[in-house]
Design a protein around this ligand. Structure first.
Ligand SMILES: *Cc1c(COP(=O)(O)O)cnc(C)c1O
Length: 424
């Protein structure tokens, strides 16, 4: 259906209805950015909102809490309302809060209640290490042995996790299952609804890490009946480095206690009564801890405005077209150089990036960077390429594969060291 010529790439760009959004981002000349799944690019809209909040601080000082354009006291809740439209939840089931890993700790403090033999946690061995660290430390802090409690589902191919293996592990010894929606390395998308349904049949709670899917496509968290989820804002949601993350908690769990209480989870109307007994807000906001990080939340406001305009389903369609095209070009032009694709091909089983694998990936990745492309390397053999619907063009995708082909033909990668850098 695609064709591998440059003219065809340019034609795809001409026909692309969402290409106008690219102008809202600070695209750097001569640099092709394929790493928006690690850190989304900065938009003019994000910058405008940061500048506004800075200016509110300058001119209103403490009064910004009540008098800012969006009063700071309600900022996390207001942005959560915008966010809920893309995640398929009620407005009060989401709160913009802290960082992803901290939000997982919060989820554990709410849902990990070992009782009798039901004490185990299921995760997978391909999970993002931070999640594993968080869970292990939580288990130890409760006085349990990690080996007795934590069960990691094995991968059969080192890239993907078989959903049946996950579901077959659900027994009455399992208290909790914690999984990523999209695996950060291969880009495999798990069937969140199916896993949740099967877990619930066995009385198991389900927590999802949505870092690699939030902002890539529409979620239906309420419909899927997920218990708890968390995701960072700085990847597909373009919220800036260290930008504030989000929590989703199903409304049926609003009455649960948090093990990590703080005054911003207090019932909002009476937070400033300063009573010593904690009265939790009966919504996702009740699980907040501290004063919201206004300045690293402001870019999200701008970014969510762009998402509202562009429409998340349009972005998913374009993203799939971009990645289909990328996969087509890789198969056509790079398979003769022993590249393989680690990402499942079916649309329903993949997120927003493509994992390009090669035994010499370290050096090839260096050569790609040397050609003004920003890819993303994951040890030992994976180059992740993420064309982002809001700002990557079809021509750029074509150009990236064209450059990799040249790097292989003229063996440019052999000039580089076979050593990895600190951040990768
Ligand atoms: C990026 C990412 C995180 C990030 O965690 P932080 O606490 O924001 O540093 C967590 N989990 C996954 C799967 C990620 O991809």
């Amino acid at each position: 259906m695609f064709d591998a010529t440059k003219e065809y790439a340019l034609k795809l760009d001409l026909e692309d209805e969402s290409k106008k959004f690219r102008d809202r981002f600070y695209i750097q000349n001569d640099l092709i950015y394929m790493d928006g799944n690690s850190l989304g690019m900065m938009s003019i809209d994000a910058e405008t909102c940061v500048n506004r909040v800075l200016n509110e601080w300058k001119t209103l000082a403490i009064n910004g809490w009540s008098d800012a354009k969006i009063p700071w006291f309600y900022y996390a809740e207001e942005l959560a309302k915008k966010m809920s439209k893309f995640m398929g939840t009620s407005e009060n089931e989401i709160i913009i809060h802290s960082s992803a890993t901290i939000n997982l700790h919060i989820g554990l403090s709410i849902f990990y209640k070992p009782e009798g033999i039901r004490s185990k946690i299921i995760m997978d061995e391909l999970n993002f290490p931070s999640d594993i660290y968080a869970v292990k430390s939580h288990i130890k802090s409760l006085g349990y042995e990690v080996e007795e409690v934590l069960e990691l589902i094995k991968s059969n191919d080192g890239k993907t996790i078989n959903e049946d293996d996950i579901i077959n592990s659900f027994t009455n010894e399992i208290a909790l299952v914690i999984l990523p929606s999209v695996l950060y390395r291969s880009g495999q998308l798990l069937n969140i609804e199916r896993i949740t349904k099967e877990a619930h049949k066995k009385g198991i709670y389900v927590l999802f890490d949505l870092c690699h899917s939030a902002g890539a496509f529409r979620h239906e968290l309420s419909k899927w009946d997920v218990d708890f989820a968390f995701w960072c804002g700085y990847k597909y949601f373009n919220n800036g480095p260290g930008g504030v993350a989000s929590i989703y908690i199903n409304k049926k769990h609003f009455d649960r206690e948090t093990g990590l209480a703080g005054w911003f989870g207090y019932k909002k109307e009476s937070q400033f009564d300063m009573k010593l007994d904690f009265v939790k807000s009966k919504n996702a906001g009740g699980f907040q801890i501290s004063t919201p990080h206004l300045l690293s939340m402001a870019p999200l406001e701008g970014s969510l405005n762009i998402f509202e305009e562009a429409g998340i389903d349009n972005l998913r369609s374009k993203s799939l077209k971009l990645t289909d095209y990328l996969i087509f070009l890789i198969e056509k032009k790079l398979s003769k150089f022993d590249f393989t694709i680690g990402t499942p091909k079916e649309h329903s089983r993949r997120g927003g990036h493509v994992a390009l694998e090669h035994d010499d990936a370290i050096r090839i990745n260096e050569a790609i960077k040397n050609n003004n492309i920003i890819p993303d390397f994951r040890f030992p053999n994976t180059i992740r390429l993420a064309p982002i619907a809001l700002y990557t063009s079809f021509f750029e995708v074509w150009k990236v594969v064209d450059i990799i082909e040249k790097i292989m033909m003229n063996e440019e990668y052999k000039k580089f060291d076979d050593k990895r850098s600190t951040i990768a």
